[in-house]
Each structure stands twice: as C-alpha cells, then as structure tokens.
Design a protein around this ligand. Structure first.
Ligand code: FAD
Length: 400
C-alpha cells in the first residue's frame, strides 16, 4: 500500500489493516448477547424493577438467573468459571440490565468489576480457584471494601489496620458504603499494614464472610438503586490466614486504583443504560400525550429536547464502548474510562431530568419509571470516583 493521499506518514499495510483500524459495529456475537439480555430483562427484570425500588428489596431471584446465564464472570477465562468473552460484551450486559433496573445492573458490576477483578489480576492460582471461580459462577457474591467513614476520595486516609500475628493477619476497622456486603460470601478488604507509608502501606485481603470478626451492618436506605444492597462493614479482631493477602504487602493502593479504572467502564455502562431508558420513555410518552389537539412530540421544544438527549446518549455510548475496547486491546484505558464515566454519568443526570420535564407532572409521581431513573442516575456521579475525581484523572493525564 502506498499510503493515504496527502498523508505524510507512510502507513504500512499491516498497520492500516491491523490493530489501528476503528470499528463502529458490534460483532454478531455481541449483538446476539445484547438481544438475549434484552429478552431476559423484558421477562424477568423489568416486571419487578418498580417493586425492587419501592420496597426496597434485593432481586436475588434475578441474580441467580444471571448466574444461570453465565453472566456473572463474562470477561474472565472459562477455566475460572467465566464466559471467556470480552469486556465490551460485559459492558453491553451492564448497559442493558441498567436500562431495565439500575440496581440489578450495578449488582452485576460490583460482582464482576469490583470483587472479581482484583482476584483475577493479582490472585495466586490457588486464590483464583478458591474465590474467583465461585464468583464467576455466581455461587457467591463479592464485595470490594475500600471506603471508610473518614476516607472516601482520600483513600489513603483510612484507619483500618492489618497486623501480622504468626501465620495470620488480624484486621480492625470500619468500612463504609460497601455494596453487596449484606449478601457477600467474600470481601476484598483494604487495610494498612504500615501506616507510616501512607498509600504505599495499603494492602488488600481476601476475607470470607463467615470469618469471625467481620460483620456487615444494616442495609442503608438509599435515594436510588434502592434494590442494591449497601452497608457498613465492621472488622473486630478479624483473623485471616496469611495466605489471604492479595498481591503482596503494600500493593493495596495499586490494586484498588486498577480495579476502579475497569469498574468505571462498568459505571459508565450503568449510566448509559439509565440515560437510554430515559430517552426511550420520553420518545414513547411524547408520542402518546396529546395537548392542544396534538401529540407533544409535534412541538419543537420537545423535539429539541429529544434531539439533545439522543445525541448525548450516543456520545456516552461511543466513549464507553471505546474505553471497553481499549481494555480488550490491552491499551491504556484509565483516562478513557474516566472520560466515559464522567460523560455518561452527567448525561444520565441531565437526561433523566429532561425526561421528567417531558412527562410533566406525571413524571414526578412515584411508580413512573422516569422518577426512578432520576434517582438512580445520581449515584453514577459519585461512586467509584466522583465526577471531580474523573476530572482530576483526565486533567492529570493530559497535562503529563
Ligand atoms: C450507594 C453507594 C455504594 C458504594 N459502594 C462502594 C463499594 O462497594 N466499595 C467502596 O469501597 N466504596 C463504595 N462507595 C463509596 C464511594 O465510592 C464514595 O462515596 C465516593 O468515593 C466518595 O467518597 P465520599 O462519599 O467519602 O465523599 P468525599 O470524598 O468526602 O467527597 C465529598 C465531595 O468533595 C469532593 N472532593 C473530595 N476530594 C476532592 C479533591 N481533592 N478535589 C476536588 N474535590 C474533592 C468530592 O468530589 C465530593 O464532591 C459507595 C457509595 C455509595 C453512596
């Protein structure tokens, strides 16, 4: 190949046809998975989404069904019970689940990104067999416990400690806002093994839920994603074998940050699903609702809101899929994940607000999906790094 006309760079055949090519089309398999998840959602998720939010209650029956579909460990190898698919496929599954019920989408995200990734990336073969496999098979649920009452964004300010005592570590401290905690079979707990080293003294531990000395608190009554379980976790002289250290002493900060980089793609997918649902509801309602003798979709004010919504949702989708694609290609994805989460989360917040505007008074009433979507959207701007943190990650990357 002679190169592109007007292009000063000699583009080689292999580069041009190889990994640099941009794909804007999902594979047939990814489309099939999307169609399968949509059907699953119509049958099982959508019908109970309102009840799950209102009561609230954890949709355990659907989590079991997700496991039956092999959707609890989508991007992990089959040798550990995963589906051996790519991260983009997992992203699509979280998007579609969240379109129907954000609490269900987030529960899967927590299982796959937060609890399983640290084991997959940093676990020994024995740790993977023992803990990653049941997580991928959905036989147990997992939690990632980093946040503390005094340490949110400032992760290194945590006061949970792990002290080596013979062949055991003894953990003490309190973790805050831990998702899946009340139903978890295993926790990834972050604790300091050397306070004098700050972030470099942070270590990660595998703590089975039946260990004496670990106790999840009451389910917190949340504004949104009310069906997903979140509680504090208290560690009181919690003794675990030395072999439950993940990675190595002092690796905790790195493990947490790498886990959150991938997790942010999952949260972007959750936000994308919520924003898409807000658009779906708005298109449908605007065609049905008649005022001044016409459907409100015939008014330009409504049409422009819908046009802006559709454009922002599509932009979020491109950013989210691109971040997942970078992950799959083994390319750096930290900045891409932060951009996707930032854009998708703020899009979800804006679009759910617009969706209520398009619905008028009825959108403000409980039991209408857009009211739930509005409350569910907010958390995507907060957890796994706030929007301010996303801007810090992005600016840190472009100013390097
Ligand atoms: C429903 C829910 C589920 C969660 N699940 C989990 C979980 O499973 N595991 C887990 O470990 N954690 C979890 N979290 C915790 C979540 O990740 C934190 O709430 C989040 O990181 C923010 O920390 P914070 O709440 O302490 O806020 P703070 O850190 O106190 O931040 C308060 C405000 O200050 C801003 N801010 C802080 N520092 C800076 C700075 N340097 N520059 C600019 N602005 C700044 C923040 O952006 C925010 O706007 C969950 C939280 C919720 C609400």
């Amino acid at each position: 190949m002679s190169g592109l006309k007007g292009c000063p760079v000699n583009v080689s055949e292999s580069n041009y046809r190889g990994e640099r090519i941009m794909h804007f089309k999902l594979t047939e398999e990814q489309e099939l998975v999307r169609a399968g998840v949509r059907e699953f959602c119509q049958k099982y998720v959508e019908p109970i989404a309102e009840e799950v939010d209102m009561e609230p209650r954890f949709p355990m029956e659907n989590i079991k069904r997700l496991a039956e579909q092999d959707w609890c460990g989508i991007p992990y190898p089959t040798q550990y019970g995963g589906a051996g698919a790519d991260y983009l496929t997992y992203t699509i599954v979280v998007e579609e689940l969240s379109r129907a019920c954000a609490a269900t989408g987030f529960t899967l995200e927590c299982q796959t990104s937060l609890a399983s990734f640290p084991l997959f990336k940093f676990g020994t073969e024995e740790q993977k067999q023992k803990w990653l496999t049941p997580l991928c098979k959905g036989q147990i649920l997992g939690s990632f416990a980093l946040t503390e009452p005094g340490a949110g964004t400032d992760v290194a300010a945590g006061s949970t400690t792990a002290v080596l005592d013979g062949d055991s570590y003894v953990l003490n401290g309190t973790k805050m806002f831990i998702s899946n905690a009340p139903v978890a079979g295993v926790f990834i707990i972050f604790a300091s093994t050397d306070k004098s080293k700050g972030p470099k003294g942070l270590s990660a531990f595998i703590v089975p839920a039946d260990t004496s000395g670990i106790k999840p608190g009451e389910h917190l009554n949340k504004m949104g994603i009310r069906g997903a379980l979140t509680s504090e976790v208290v560690l009181k002289n919690c003794r675990i074998p030395k072999g439950n250290l993940l990675g190595g002493e002092g690796q905790g900060f790195k493990i947490a940050m790498m886990t959150l980089d991938g997790g942010r793609i999952g949260i972007a997918a959750q936000a994308l699903g919520i924003a898409q649902a807000a658009l779906d509801e708005s298109i449908h309602y605007s065609k049905e609702r008649v005022q001044f003798g016409k459907p409100i979709s015939s008014f330009q004010a409504i049409q422009w809101m819908l046009a802006d919504m559709a454009t922002e949702v599509e932009a979020s989708r491109f950013l989210t899929y691109h971040a997942a694609w970078c992950y799959d290609q083994g390319l750096p994805y930290s900045k891409e994940a932060a951009m996707a989460k930032l854009h998708a989360a703020e899009t979800a917040a804006r679009q759910t607000n617009r969706a209520i505007q398009i619905h008028g008074g009825i959108g403000f009433i409980k039991g209408h999906k857009v009211e739930r979507l509005y409350r569910d959207a907010k958390i995507t701007e907060i957890y796994e790094g706030t929007s301010e943190v996303m801007r810090m990650v992005i600016s840190g990357s472009i100013l390097r």
